[in-house]
Design a protein around this ligand. Structure first.
Ligand SMILES: Nc1ncnc2c1ncn2[C@@H]1O[C@H](COP(=O)(O)OP(=O)(O)OP(=O)(O)O)[C@@H](O)[C@H]1O
Length: 274
């Protein structure tokens, strides 16, 4: 059970996340939606302690995650894997090595870490990585550079890398925002498979239909607050308009524009190679 109690994160005067309380049973697939700036990314970053809370607590199976330091904090980050909109693979490395990098969190001590950096992985670790790739139909790409893969394939490689951490929670921040519908579906199907293993999945989404189709529960945020928390069937168009003062189509268009703008800002398009 993940328990979020009165979680708040301030940036100056601004409360990006404002008094959020949620109880998420193990094994749930939770979609988080909201307009740009609602606090979705900050919430996920607080959960794996990439961002520090200003107030509130996060408990996982009764353990106070907000109090963890040093090795215990590193262990929590291992339990709590994260994937991102832009996949964050090492482009010049092959797919298999990218996946094996997920084992780095399990290495303790300097020599073990140096071994990892030199790509000294055990046969068991390699077998585990190959099995993960095989599961998501990527085995034939194992020795390709990761930048030769489609976006959907790269995101599934990122999921394989996350699984190498053997996490208990998977946090996915707009994992399909840069993908076409077909690739988006393969990635959401992969997240569903991960969830069926019993791993709790929290996924930020801007596409309401995707949240409705794939998630057990939807949490809607507005200005740092949770403004809806319930089954996807209750989040119909009328409810969206009631919460956000927008039609569903307007909500959808605005959210899509925001993630595209973020993507362009963080990862500007490179000029095509001659
Ligand atoms: N490091 C930061 N410094 C200052 N303000 C921040 C920082 N990170 C987030 N914010 C602000 O906190 C608010 C919530 O941001 P957050 O990225 O969590 O929203 P979001 O719902 O994920 O939106 P988007 O989908 O546009 O990224 C925004 O007003 C944002 O500008």
């Amino acid at each position: 059970m993940l328990e979020i109690q009165g979680l708040t994160r301030r940036f100056g005067q601004k409360k990006a996340v404002d008094g959020v309380s949620l109880q998420i049973p193990a094994g749930q697939m939770v979609g988080v939606i909201g307009r740009s700036g609602a606090g979705k990314s900050t919430l996920l970053r607080l959960l794996n302690r990439l961002a520090e809370p200003s107030e509130g607590r996060i408990l996982f199976n009764g353990k106070d995650v907000t109090a963890l330091r040093g090795r215990a904090l590193r262990d929590w980050r291992t339990d709590c894997a994260m994937i991102f909109q832009q996949f964050n693979l090492v482009q010049r490395l092959d797919v298999l090595t990218n996946v094996l990098i997920g084992r780095l969190n399990h290495r303790h001590g300097m020599m073990a870490k140096i071994g990892s950096l030199l790509c000294h992985f055990s046969p068991e670790e390699r077998a585990m990585a190959l099995a993960a790739l095989d599961r998501f139909d990527l085995l034939s790409t194992a020795l390709q550079r990761s930048d030769t893969l489609s976006g959907g394939q790269q995101q599934r490689v990122a999921i394989c890398r996350a699984l190498m951490q053997q996490p208990r929670l998977l946090l996915a921040d707009e994992p399909i925002a840069s993908l076409d519908p077909r690739n988006a579906r393969t990635v959401m199907d992969a997240l569903t498979q991960v969830n069926r293993d019993g791993i709790t999945v929290l996924v930020n989404l801007h596409h309401l239909d995707t949240a409705r189709e794939y998630c057990d529960r939807v949490v809607a945020m507005q200005q740092g607050h949770v403004v809806f928390d319930g089954p996807p069937s209750e989040l119909n168009s009328a409810r969206i308009t009631q919460i956000y003062g927008l039609t569903e189509a307007e909500f959808q268009a605005e959210a899509a524009a925001a993630v595209n703008a973020r993507s362009e800002f963080e990862f500007p398009r490179q000029p095509a190679l001659a």
